[in-house]
Ligand binder design. Structure first.
Ligand code: F6R
Length: 608
């Protein structure tokens, strides 16, 4: 949520800032701004709406200067107006800051600063921080930022510039991501790696409580006590191409089509020469894995749906009870979690505030916590006991697609590893399931190669106001994910239900105007699903079925069939999810929606 960029070096800062913001626009896109130290003045340009508006303003009136900060906003305090857009300045206009996060004690600070004579112009929590730094400033910006952050409650990633120190950026973080791209004679602060990749692949990760002092030549990092600490530096392996559209109309479409590669990468190296499933990240022996009494999965949104798939696999293969909780519920209830519980936190971004809180809660209760994430160096990687990475590459589209299927792939391996350790499956069964899992990337490739008809199907449902998604067993989380994809990018109301529950209420919604999407792939409840299709058809519904090639009978039950190859029921979630991603994509595009940046959403939810 919110994207931050800061630049100091020999080049014109504004171009670098706008380039970085373009790559961070997925984090927030209701307003944007830049502040550049410009010949003894703080040049400030802010615009409401997409980054394009800011770019147009700057093109008409260029901002000159070699150090500055920029921001793309996802509003938390105050509407998306120009006054509320970042950067924010202090009273003197000599200091400017950008911020991502939520300052929980901002009202109290605002009252205090206003009483001391500060003129606060916006409704934001961020401007309060600018004035707080001003109040604490005695010529040393680093010291002032350090003192100010010590007074903040909540989460923040901050970058500040001051006219007294024309080439200095000061950055600080707590509970919101911040990295520093280390260049040659220039350095760039940013919320996420894509913003710096055009310039460098060497990245320092700022940790909670740390403050970075950044000049063109040098980056030093200090801990909360002010002591200098060695920054954690990593070299990013993927390149800018991976974070660009590469000829696709949108990131979402590109990412849907990247799924075979993401799955292959995620599954790579998971079986040893001895044929055993490998998951060394767990750092647990077979005995320790066998001693697990319960698995608890915590996650939000799409990652939660991956968790529901994992529950079915772990219970079926490893015979351990699994509970799946939405992180925001888990953290505030009193879950039964102890040292014999394995907690799996699923978060593609690794920065989701509620999931991180769930991780802390579980660890406090003595559980061993593993994170499944796509982002190297993200917050969850430092909070969990171990990390299982999905190797999907950067996901820029706000709607999760390739990270969802990659999560399921990684969790399938985890389920096999547990089954192997607990001897709940014979070695031959593990080998045969692994062999089939390894073919899933090819299956997805085949689905994508034969997906031309989905757009025509989508065309018939663009006017729908409401829709129902049904499935049984593995089809339930797939239906839930299909409904989430449709609602979040097309704004058509979509509700998912286990098909067997339909008679207990949702069937009342059925009319010819409410399309019903049914996951009707082959499996032990297939006949039951077909009966449910008949029931909704009898009430006038138009049915879109996800079904298996060769199932000719389904044609007579459904208006449209989205085909997938035959796979075993346990492994059907990934293939069945793909046509539903494309259905949502095409419906949203035909309705003229911005699929990469749906309204009100942000890619990583770093606030509660
Ligand atoms: C939906 C979507 C969200 C995320 C959720 C959790 O397409 O992307 O529902 O899945 O915000 O995010 P992570 O996985 O980053 O914790």
């Amino acid at each position: 949520m919110c994207g931050i960029v800061g630049y100091t070096g020999p080049r014109q800062a504004c171009g670098v800032l706008l380039g970085g913001l373009t790559r961070l626009e997925y984090r927030g896109y209701d307003s944007a701004g830049v502040a550049v130290v410009s010949d003894g003045e703080m040049a400030l340009v802010r615009r409401v709406g997409k980054l394009e508006n800011l770019k147009a303003a700057v093109a008409g009136d260029p901002v000159v200067g070699t150090a500055g900060i920029g921001h793309t906003r996802w509003a938390t305090h105050g509407a998306p107006t120009e006054d509320n857009a970042h950067p924010h300045r202090d009273c003197s206009g000599r200091l400017a800051i950008v911020h991502n996060g939520i300052i929980e004690n901002f009202a109290e600070l605002r009252t205090e600063l206003a009483a001391a004579g500060h003129a606060i112009r916006s409704e934001t929590d961020t401007e309060v921080v600018a004035h707080l730094i001003e109040a604490l400033y005695e010529g040393d910006l680093v010291a002032a930022v350090q003192k100010a952050t010590a007074r903040l409650h909540g989460s923040y990633a901050i970058a500040a510039v001051h006219l007294d120190h024309p080439d200095l950026l000061v950055a600080a973080r707590k509970d919101s991501p911040l990295i520093i791209g280390l260049g040659d004679g220039e350095n760039i602060v940013a919320s996420d790696i894509p913003a710096v990749l055009e310039h460098t692949r060497r990245v320092a990760v700022l940790h909670d409580g740390q403050v970075a002092v950044v000049t063109p030549e040098r980056v030093t990092v200090h801990d909360a006590s002010g002591a200098e600490v060695e920054p954690e530096v990593m070299v990013v392996e993927w390149d800018l191409d991976a974070a660009e559209k590469g000829g696709y109309e949108d990131f979402m479409l590109k990412e849907i089509f990247e799924q075979p590669k993401a799955l292959r990468e995620t599954l790579r190296g998971r079986v040893g020469e001895d044929g055993r499933i490998q998951m060394s990240e767990l750092q647990m022996s077979d005995e320790e894995l066998a001693a697990i009494e319960r698995v608890f999965i915590v996650a939000c949104g799409t990652s939660y749906h991956a968790g529901l798939v994992a529950k079915l696999l772990i219970e079926q293969w490893a015979r351990v009870p699994v509970e799946v909780d939405v992180s925001s519920e888990f953290r505030y209830r009193d879950p039964i979690v102890d040292r014999n519980t394995l907690v799996v936190a699923i978060t593609q971004s690794g920065e989701t505030a509620d999931t991180l809180a769930g991780v802390r809660e579980a660890r406090e209760r003595g559980a061993r916590v593993f994170a499944v994430t796509n982002v190297v160096g993200s917050r969850v990687t430092r909070e969990a006991d171990g990390v299982i990475y999905t190797h999907a590459g950067p996901e820029i589209g706000v709607a999760a697609t390739k990270t969802f299927t990659a999560q399921i792939a990684a969790l399938s391996v985890l389920a096999l590893r547990l089954a192997q350790a607990r001897a709940t499956l014979e070695p031959e069964q593990v080998a045969s399931l692994w062999a089939e899992l390894a073919t899933v990337p090819d299956v997805v490739e085949a689905i994508l190669a034969d997906a031309q008809d989905i757009e025509a199907c989508a065309r018939e449902y663009t006017q729908a106001v409401s829709s129902l998604f049904l499935g049984r067993g593995m089809g339930v989380p797939v239906a839930m994910e299909g409904a989430l994809k449709l609602k979040e990018i097309s704004y058509i109301h979509a509700e998912a239900y286990p098909a067997g529950e339909m008679k207990h209420g949702p069937i009342a919604l059925i009319t010819p105007d409410v399309p019903v999407v049914v996951v009707a792939t082959q499996g032990h409840t297939y006949e039951k699903v077909v009966s449910n299709i008949q029931e909704v058809r009898a009430r006038g519904a138009r049915v879109i079925a996800v079904a298996t090639y060769g199932d000719e009978a389904i044609r007579s039950y459904a208006e449209h069939v989205l085909w997938i190859p035959q796979v075993s029921e346990a492994l059907s979630a990934i293939p069945a999810a793909v046509p539903l991603q494309l259905l949502a994509y095409h419906i949203a595009k035909l309705r003229g929606c911005n699929v990469d940046q749906p309204r009100n959403l942000a890619k990583s939810v770093t606030v509660e």
